[in-house]
Design a protein around this ligand. Sequence first.
Ligand SMILES: [Zn+2]
Length: 320
Amino acid sequence: MSRWQQKSIPFEADASERPWSFPYLLLEGEAAHPKVTIIAAIHGDELNGIRILHELAAYLEETGIPVKGSICLVPVANLMGYTNHSRYLPDRRDLNRMFPGLREGSEGARLAYFIWSHFACDADFLVDVHSGSYNRWNFPHVRGDMKNETMRFYASRLQDQLILTSTGVIGSLRKEAGKLNKPVFLIEAGETGRFEKKIVGAGLVILLQILDAFGFIKYNAEKIGTPIGLQNAPQKEAPRGYYRKAIWQRATHAGLFIPRVDAGAYVSRGDVLGDITDLLGKKRAEILAHEDGRILGMHLHPQVVPGRALFHVAYDFKKF
Ligand SMILES: [Zn+2]
């Protein structure tokens, strides 16, 4: 019999009077608390996180690793956006700007309140899984508030991960949970609208390391073996520390964008990150790195205009 309980909580009905029902998985170990809740698809088209949660559930089931406290997995927080293949809610609002929500508020605020009250409030620890938006691909990395000593301690226990200090924007699950002093990490992984096998594998390892850092499991990668889908995960060279800043390097010209580096790459100031050509293939501009750092994410679509965000570069590295 599975250790996971399959559960769901009903929410209001849609316009055709079909009630929404939010499914989740709960694994209760030795006790109900501490409890970690892991939420994916707050942006409804960011699908990698859903699969990462599936694989985490399968992994903990197959290995039978002892779990302290309980683990709650919410694979799709924004069911309405997910149904529409959209990042946003049907009213075009961003669910991740509406936390902690309002019970009698707008439709988005009500959903935020539902997610907040049913899944976030009761959690002692939170993890929120995202992917790059709008034609962007994010190298698998971790974001958290490294100014917070407790969070820095948890982050220092992660192995070979790219970490950016960030508290999130007002109204995001991460920001609002952080205000309550709940330890919360955000994982960024890949792009929207896909299950990317390597990204899912890398995300699974990040999650297992976070669960270990929080004290829920003892995760020994060598002893337990390679998690499902991890083969060739691009995670090997990350240093032990975190980046304190990040900037977007933008297109200087209109034209066709040709990246010269991949997300995850280390770059030095002055390195050529990419070119922009005209329609006949003649080079119009080179995008040069402004900082020594590491590429967190990059633009995927070749057609660009001036100002288009091309590379998200983390810099100002600090060792733990
Ligand atoms: Zn997102």
